[in-house]
Design a protein around this ligand. Sequence first.
Ligand SMILES: NC(=O)c1ccc[n+]([C@@H]2O[C@H](COP(=O)([O-])OP(=O)(O)OC[C@H]3O[C@@H](n4cnc5c(N)ncnc54)[C@H](OP(=O)(O)O)[C@@H]3O)[C@@H](O)[C@H]2O)c1
Length: 239
Amino acid sequence: MTSEPAPPAPAVPTRPIAILGGTGPAGTGLALRWARAQESIIIGSRDPQRARDVAAVIRGKVGFGALVSGMENSAACAAADILMLTVPFDGQAALLKQLKPAITEGSILIDATVPLAASVGGRASRTLGVWQGSAAQQAAELVPKGVSVVAAFHNISAELLNEDSPLDCDVIVCSDDPDAAQLTRELAAKIPGVRAIDGGKLENARTVEQITALLIGLNIRHKGHAGIRITGLPPEAYR
Ligand SMILES: NC(=O)c1ccc[n+]([C@@H]2O[C@H](COP(=O)([O-])OP(=O)(O)OC[C@H]3O[C@@H](n4cnc5c(N)ncnc54)[C@H](OP(=O)(O)O)[C@@H]3O)[C@@H](O)[C@H]2O)c1
């Protein structure tokens, strides 16, 4: 007698990751990849219905057991202590000020914001000067005390994240909090084809953010989806 194969076991709930501004391509791409890795995801949006709609699309792509819900951004902050920020630079500061009361002490905010000139009507291949040094350092000034900021995922193509194939790129992770940086490297390494590298202190985000403008220029010139690979480091440098 042949028996039917057992359905896959439902995913075990994990510490949720709230993706603030998770309805755009960067947020949906990260959500898709992490949901496939059985992470529990909350899509955040200014509009709770849009968040729920996007969450439903991602659940549909991931399939059985996907742990993806949608909420307004401040509700998402209150429901998670790992926060992934994927909004355009021109909205970053105002959103963080608005969300400050909802962000709980001890949270980790992972910031992927690139201060592209495009966010204020300029070219996508140019960046804006940020008084604090980088968008990530600006975020660090705006979060409540006791919240660690990590800069990561600036140089990864959202378009490729939203597809099914493994990526072919490295993610440089910068933070002044080594534990928050390690957690972020672990999350990055859950994306097939991605290696995560410790990029040192948060101030190094300034350089990492600038690389994105170069990659966008290369994409325009060569019609591709450029990423970066760092070579020549010992194997233990790649996670
Ligand atoms: N696209 C990429 O390949 C890529 C790669 C690496 C890093 N990044 C960076 O990641 C961030 C997000 O990129 P993206 O392409 O996903 O951006 P996006 O589509 O322009 O925006 C993402 C989401 O942010 C929310 N948002 C837009 N303007 C806002 C504002 N003024 N205040 C609050 N929320 C706002 C919107 O969600 P709701 O309307 O639902 O609230 C939107 O869907 C950017 O800083 C970008 O530079 C992008």
